[in-house]
Design a protein around this ligand. Structure first.
Ligand SMILES: *Cc1c(COP(=O)(O)O)cnc(C)c1O
Length: 493
């Protein structure tokens, strides 16, 4: 069963939690119990088998066969490697490459599976409805969600992205998805404004009723949906098993994890994996110049009223990090009263402070650091020159923060970085970093081929031929016009 972080709804089954996406009155679903397991029992599992075993622990109520069907995505050719999450060694640490899926970002690890979980949840609940999936994106979630839900019967998906706030490649990827059930909206605002607008729609009782009258329900493909987080827990187990198989760590010895963080979903999955008994040491939360989380870990105050920066790692350009609510709920001893007051204050006043005990608990569980753009570009260059390996700007944030951590702490523990995007997704930045400013003028499409020519790395198949593909129409609007758009587009009355 699943509880609300704000204690404002009865315990729900996994089908209900996944179908709803978030608690309608505000709040996020968390598992009532976190199962403890012995990682060794999975030593001989394929990735798909591991995913099945882990996900089973959390959604036993889904119709028989759902998970078996869902995990086939990891072995049916849609990932361009037979191992969907290879761990490669780079400069003494482990790079967990999570971008071998169809859209070349780690979001595929979960968003290829979520459509199976969501449609099965609707079926389990006996609902004869169509699901209208609303998704805010800072770039990568949008494409991965569109791709995952494209032509899935019983679903329609609308993606909202910040106009001008995503890369040319990301935008092109989104508008070339095709499929009869996908819609793309460019919002005149930043990611936080998109996400806040979408959350508001979820909590509008009036819209919910109108939707129901049209035999539809809302759900979410953002990591506020538990169905997004669950498949992400799997790859931390996989990383550990791979580290043992590669002889980089002894069985039961802890490894550290570094995650380039935006909405806090990826690192939260690492936290849950650790709670499940996986031998993880330090969890390191790496941010770009939008360093709201680093400041929180320093001072105990979460302050979203601050300058917003567009950086070379757009998927981390986030000031309201949704899943942080789940983390604070957990480390405060599952105090729904406190969690609720913090996050209500965040939405009304733009900030909140936690008590010293909670801050201590946060720091016991996680370390936070950040880097500026210079650090990102230098790191991409250095790693390319020293290790002949290409980092995308998000992964470079993680690498820089980790290098700083290792230098300051002297911690020699084997460390795994989650590599969240193919460098080709951000080819202009990567090319500029490794080959200098003369490439700054190079357009986004030319950058792809130049980067490939220069390095000998292949352009991922999902990014090939993008420029020529037919584009669908994008609707452009203000954040406050989203509701009217949805009503016009999807509701008859
Ligand atoms: C989404 C994304 C992130 C941030 O992940 P969160 O789960 O939102 O913290 C980092 N890097 C890339 C490339 C992403 O697409």
């Amino acid at each position: 069963m699943y509880l609300s972080t704000r204690g404002n709804i009865d315990a729900q089954t996994s089908a209900q939690a996944i179908a709803l996406g978030m608690v309608p009155q505000g709040g996020l679903f968390v598992p009532q119990e976190i199962p403890c397991v012995d990682w060794k029992q999975y030593a001989n599992c394929s990735y798909a088998e591991l995913a099945l075993q882990i996900m089973k622990l959390y959604c036993g109520d889904l119709p028989a066969g759902t998970l078996e069907e869902a995990v086939k995505v990891y072995g049916d050719g849609r990932f361009d490697t037979s191992n969907p999450a290879p761990l490669v060694e780079v400069g003494g640490c482990g790079m967990l490459e999570l971008w071998h899926g169809p859209t070349a970002a780690f979001k595929d690890m979960a968003l290829q599976v979520l459509p199976y979980l969501l449609t099965a949840s609707i079926k389990e609940l006996g609902l004869d409805v169509e699901v209208l999936i609303l998704t805010a994106t800072s770039g990568d979630t949008g494409k991965a969600a569109l791709d995952g839900f494209k032509d899935v019967p019983g679903t329609r998906i609308v993606v909202f992205y910040p106009d001008g706030g995503v890369s040319a490649v990301q935008e092109r990827q989104m508008v070339t998805t095709g499929g009869g059930n996908t819609f793309v909206v460019a919002v005149n605002g930043n990611f936080d404004e998109c996400q806040t607008a979408v959350k508001k729609i979820f909590s509008s009782e009036e819209l919910r009723q109108k939707l129901n009258a049209n035999h539809m329900v809302f759900s979410s493909a953002n990591s506020i949906n538990w169905g997004r987080l669950l498949p992400q827990i799997v790859y931390y187990f996989w990383a550990y098993l791979e580290a043992v198989r590669l002889g980089r760590t002894a069985a039961e010895e802890k490894i550290n994890i570094v995650v380039p963080t935006g909405n806090f979903g990826n690192i939260l999955a690492a936290y849950y994996a650790k709670r499940m008994g996986l031998p993880l040491g330090k969890l390191i939360c790496a941010s770009n110049k939008n360093n709201v989380l680093t400041d929180f870990f320093t001072a105990g105050t979460y302050e979203s009223n601050r300058p917003f920066y567009l950086t070379s790692s757009p998927s981390m350009d986030i000031l309201i990090s949704s899943n942080f609510e789940r983390f604070l709920f957990e480390v405060s001893g599952r105090d729904a009263g406190k969690t609720s007051s913090w996050f209500q204050r965040l939405s009304s006043e733009g900030k909140f402070s936690v008590d010293p005990d909670t801050l201590t608990a946060c720091r016991e569980n996680m370390i936070a650091g950040w880097t500026d753009e210079e650090g990102v570009f230098e790191t991409i260059k250095k790693v390319y020159e020293e290790d002949n390996y290409l980092l995308d700007p998000h992964t470079a944030v993680a690498m820089k923060v980790y290098n700083d951590y290792r230098e300051n702490s002297g911690d020699k523990t084997f460390t795994v970085l989650t590599s969240t995007a193919s460098p080709f997704k951000f080819a202009q930045s990567v090319l500029t970093a490794i080959a200098g400013d003369s490439y700054r003028e190079c357009g986004p499409w030319e950058a792809l081929t130049r980067l490939s020519a220069l390095t000998g790395w292949d352009i991922p198949s999902g990014l090939q031929g993008l420029r020529e593909k037919p584009a669908q129409k994008v609707y452009r609007c203000q954040p406050e016009e989203i509701t009217a758009y949805l009503e016009r587009k999807f509701l008859k009355d």
